[in-house]
Write a protein that binds this ligand. Sequence first.
Ligand code: NAD
Length: 522
Amino acid sequence: MESASATQSAPPASGNGGSAEGTVIDVHRPVDGSVIRSVPVDSPERVAEVVSRVRASQTEWESIGFRGRRRWLERLRDWMIDNEARLADVMQEETGKVRAEAEQEAPFLSGTINYYSEHGEEFLAEETPTPHILPLKVKRLRIVYPPYPVVGLISPWNFPLILAFDDAIPALLAGCAVVIKPSEFTPLSVMELVRAWKEEIGGPDVLDVVNGVGETGGALVDEVDFVQFTGSDRTGKIVMKRAADTLTPVSLELGGKDPLIVLRDADLERAVNATATGGLANAGQICMSIERVYVEEPIYDEFVGRLTEQVRKLRQGRDERGYEADVGAMTTPAQAQVVADHVEDARSKGARVLTGGKRKDGPGDWYEPTVIADADHSMKVMTDETFGPVIPVMKVQDADEAVRMANDSRYGLSASVFARTSSEGEAIARRIEAGAVNVNDVLTTYFAMGVPMGGWKDSGIGFRHASYGIKKFVRPESIVAPRIKQGKRDPLWFPYTSVRRKIVNRANRFINARGLRNRLGL
Ligand code: NAD
């Protein structure tokens, strides 16, 4: 059988609308490059079949109501809780994450199920607005929220379960059927959870997975009623163009270049600890990773020194089921190459690499945790998404320069500000062009389900979490019906006679003008 190696053939195909070159994808272990197993690629015909099958089951899924669907999702939660270690094993193997990080995904999703189970019904509740003008008082206005029948979900490799199911869960609760196309680098975790839904939980046939690269993803876009995409802005734009052919709505969660600002009177130790975690967790492969740091001049040297000392102490390696490592492997060789390129570019333009700064010898995709001082915006590491374990730091004269630099980016996903007080931090946060800002913290906006999470500028269109995260999967249907018995003809209907028009014109003036004299035309 021909084989399309995810780690070799996928990068050129990704984002180019290309196709997997073979009939299977080889999924690798990033820690040493060995093959875990091969997964068949789904052709466009097979994608159409899967979508049509789940579409046929969606009507019944919708008809069981929110509470009926909630019971199924709660079974999925219970299964995840009982099988957390197994899910973490699968994910750790295909991503190269350290154990502590592989263990974060299933519990997070149990929280997503609980949050939307508890609030979803209220978010999707029918509304009965009050008519805004007197003549409409005879009508009952109602808004109902039926789901898009089938949602196609295309997801990336850095959080294989969260970035598929954090949307699949609210979509299912809203009444949609869902077909997921996971990243070709990490399909196994999603396949395992979908298998559990079908085989162990016996869930209705409204959730499935298709595998492949651009051809499979593109076919999914063609078939579904709503596209939820998470990935690079390059592929996001291709997906949006393709969706335009069928006028299919899209929600895009894309890349970022998240800044962190440290003001001179912030708690320096907390800022250093947060920067190390925010920049290097998941080996820096988080859309909301701290990708650039701006520090006020009076504390710059001390900040850089302490950060370097802290990063040098981090343990990088594979730790299986133990907790012996802090920083894992990079999931794809292509991403490791981007990181190496950014660091070399910064070095060649005069930045100082204080620790790390190279790939680790031996098999697998490893890049050392890296701190770069004296970075500036002529360097790719400060302007392009690095998506790896690198923290570049730049000196700024004051808060105004920090804000200016933070906003000097085509991205606007999230940001962090470290200040003496929350209110000083919030004042800076309001000036930052990003969908979410943490004050004296990092990454937390994603875990706070009560606030929306989504990108501005090239970081995306649409939001997850809060009411936004479920309402995007439904479309409002307005129903206007009489409240009282009606006459045979309304005043605005045919025929247009001068008497009736006079009455209507006077009524219009009375309704729209303000002040009694004006209303009466005096
Ligand atoms: P990617 O854009 O290469 O791939 C994302 C998905 O799109 C994969 O499943 C891929 O197979 C699929 N795909 C590729 N070509 C396609 C095509 N022509 N049509 C349809 N689908 C296609 O991204 P990636 O490398 O997997 O993920 C890393 C990127 O994702 C980074 O930029 C990161 O910042 C971003 N990301 C964003 C968020 C967020 O919530 N904003 C979260 C995680 C990652």
